[in-house]
Every structure is written in C-alpha cells, then in structure tokens.
Design a protein around this ligand. Structure first.
Ligand code: TYM
Length: 337
C-alpha cells in the first residue's frame, strides 16, 4: 500500500518562504509527491500565537499557499489545504490535551527558548505552550505514515508520537504513530550569520520571493571568514557561508558556462585571489537564476485568485472527508459520540 505523507508550514511572516524552508521542507515535500499520498497544509492557526494582526494572518496564509503552488505542488496529486478549513483539527486538539502532561510540554525547546530570552513564564501565551498538541492534532487526524520536517520540528513530532501512544494505551489502537523523516544535508540550513538556523523571526534568512534588492541585501550581508581582512588574505571556505549556500543550491549545475566552478572559487579563496564581494555577487546571480521561473509563476498565480480560491475549497473538501472519519472514531473511543 502506498505511504501517506503529511507536513505543514506556518504563515508567520509576510516575507514568505525562505531558502531554509525551500531546502529543508519544500524540496523533500515535492520529492514525496511522486512516491505516496501527500497531505500538505498551511498552518494558519499556529500563526495565531505570534501574529496578532488579522489582515496579516489572512494575507500571509494565502501568500504561502500560492508560493507552494509556484514551487510545483501539484493539487491533483496532493491534498493541499488550509488548517483553519478543517474544524476537526482544533476538536482533536481539545481531546489530545488529556494525553499529555504539563511537564512534557515544559521540556519543549520553543518554550524553553522563550523563557531563556528573559520572557517570564507569565507572559508566554498558552497557544505557544500547547503548540505541539495542535501539531499532534494536525498529524494524527490524517493517520500519516511519514512526517518530513526540518530538524527544528523533530521534537514536536516526537511529542506527537508520545501523545498517540498515550492515547492508544488508554483507548485501544485508534491513532497511528507516524515516523519522522529529516533529510540529512538540509536538516538545518544555516542563516546568513552562519551561526543559527535560518529563520524568518531571526532576520537571518534569504527570502525567495522578496524584491530583488532585499534578496541582494541579505546575500551581501552573509558572514565570511572573520580572519580575512583583505581580499588578498588567504581564507577558509568553511567559514564563508556563501559557499555552503552554493553547495546546497547545487551551484555547479545551474551556473552559466562563463562562471567559475565552486571548486575554482574555493581554491582562489584559500590562496587569497578572490574577494568576498565577488563570491556574494556570484551567489546572488545564481540565486536569482535558480528561482526566476518560480518567482514568475507566483506572479501569474497571484493574478488568478478565482483559481486559488477554488483549489482551497477542493483541498478542504478532500481533507475534511478523511478528518471527519477519524474524529468520529476518536469521539467513539473516548465516549463523546
Ligand atoms: P515552520 O513554518 O517553522 O517551517 C516549515 C518547514 O521548514 C523547515 N525549516 C527548515 N529546515 C531546514 N533549515 C532551516 N533553517 C529551516 N527553517 C524551517 C521546518 O523544519 C518545517 O519543516 N510547526 C511547524 C508547521 C506545522 C507542521 C505541522 C509540520 C504545523 N503542523 C504538522 C509538520 C506536521 C512550523 O512552524 O514549521
């Protein structure tokens, strides 16, 4: 039987998807499209714990919906929907609240990180605290086999697996315990600072669909080998994140014939015969080239909102059919049918 694959993305930034999302999530998601029955969705209820402007929530949600389509998500092959169109998700969350302890949620990194940033426990909203329970509902409702995510989401998927096991221990074998899938090389794409993971909230991202000038500004701000003061100083390519991005983007396969190979540039970097500016400009050129068709496709889709709204409705109908079946089973199992 073919495997069922499920994953989601939170529309928490007006800048849309960045290179980390693309490499760590979108690319594996699209690869799975040919291999199984895929369920992908925009997690707009998740965004509510930090985006409080309703118009922004609305716009970000449709924006990312369109971006996913521009990347090549095929709505014929994949059930593609928006989380808030599936009423059984928050219903299941309410039931699953009883299958997890406060102690387990307190161990969550996202919560602990917030506490570390000098935010007092009293100021953290419950939406953030119960985030993994909502995410568990997203997942368990569809009984998927595989959850492909980047490394930052692995703990949430582990909590989901624990919740499913606790529920099943109490009520019988109702929920499926899914497997986690993290693609190794792209599990944690670094930000332009080269230290932390690329993240919209940290501002260290390279947004794929932003104005060319913004993309350029971010690329030109990439951290390079700090020991190198002049372009003639020998440098260590490992310490220049621009090279990592080139490798992840498979630079050699997309560069034009007149451009140097990655190995050439690394060699010249080591010997101090190439400047950081030239490397970054080269990265900018291939970045724009790599995403130019996709950026065009997004512009086209944006002008076809009737089609987008129709897809949204179709996706919701397909997803709700499955979601309603599971929620009935869960309600029967706990005694609230
Ligand atoms: P989100 O929106 O933060 O990220 C979406 C996906 O992109 C991956 N990702 C990265 N991968 C590699 N390197 C990076 N720098 C990087 N930054 C982001 C994330 O790991 C993720 O796969 N809670 C989730 C969305 C969600 C979900 C779900 C996912 C809600 N319900 C159910 C799976 C199943 C989130 O906020 O992802």
């Amino acid at each position: 039987m073919s495997k069922r694959i499920l994953s989601g993305i939170t529309p928490s930034s007006e800048k849309g998807l960045h290179l980390g999302n693309f490499l760590g999530a979108v690319t594996p998601h699209l690869e799975f499209q040919g291999q199984g029955e895929c369920f992908y969705f925009i997690a707009n209820l998740h965004a509510l714990n930090n985006v409080f402007d309703p118009e922004q929530v609305q716009n970000n949600t449709l924006n990312i919906f369109i971006e996913y389509l521009a990347f090549g998500l095929d709505p014929q092959k994949t059930t593609f929907y928006i989380q808030s169109d599936i009423p059984a998700i928050p219903y299941l969350q309410t039931i699953l609240n009883n299958a997890v302890t406060v102690a387990e949620l307190q161990r969550m990194h996202a919560y602990k990180d917030k506490l570390q940033n000098d935010v007092s426990q009293d100021a953290i909203n419950f939406g953030l605290f119960s985030y993994p329970v909502l995410m568990s509902a997203d997942i368990l409702l569809f009984k998927p086999d595989i959850i492909p995510v980047g490394e930052d989401q692995t703990q949430h998927v582990e909590i989901c697996r624990d919740i499913a096991r606790s529920f099943n221990t109490r009520y019988g074998n109702v929920l499926k315990v899914p497997e986690l899938y993290v693609k190794k090389d792209v599990a944690r794409v670094p930000g332009i600072d080269g230290k932390r993971k690329m993240s919209k909230s940290l501002g260290n991202d390279i947004p794929i669909f932003a104005d060319e000038q913004i993309v350029k500004k971010q690329i030109m701000a990439i951290t390079t080998d700090p020991a190198r003061i002049h372009p003639t100083d020998p440098g260590n390519p490992e310490k220049n994140v621009a090279f990592s991005f080139m490798r992840l983007l498979e630079y050699n396969t997309i560069k034009s014939d007149t451009m140097p190979t990655l190995e050439d540039m690394e060699e010249r970097y080591r010997s101090g015969t190439i400047g950081d500016v030239e490397i970054k400009k080269t990265l900018f050129t291939v970045f724009m080239e790599r995403f130019s068709e996709i950026r065009k496709k997004k512009e086209e889709l944006k002008h076809n909102m009737d089609y987008i709204i129709e897809l949204r409705k179709k996706g919701a109908i397909r997803a709700n059919e499955i979601a309603e079946k599971t929620i009935e089973e869960v309600k029967a199992a706990v005694g609230v049918l």
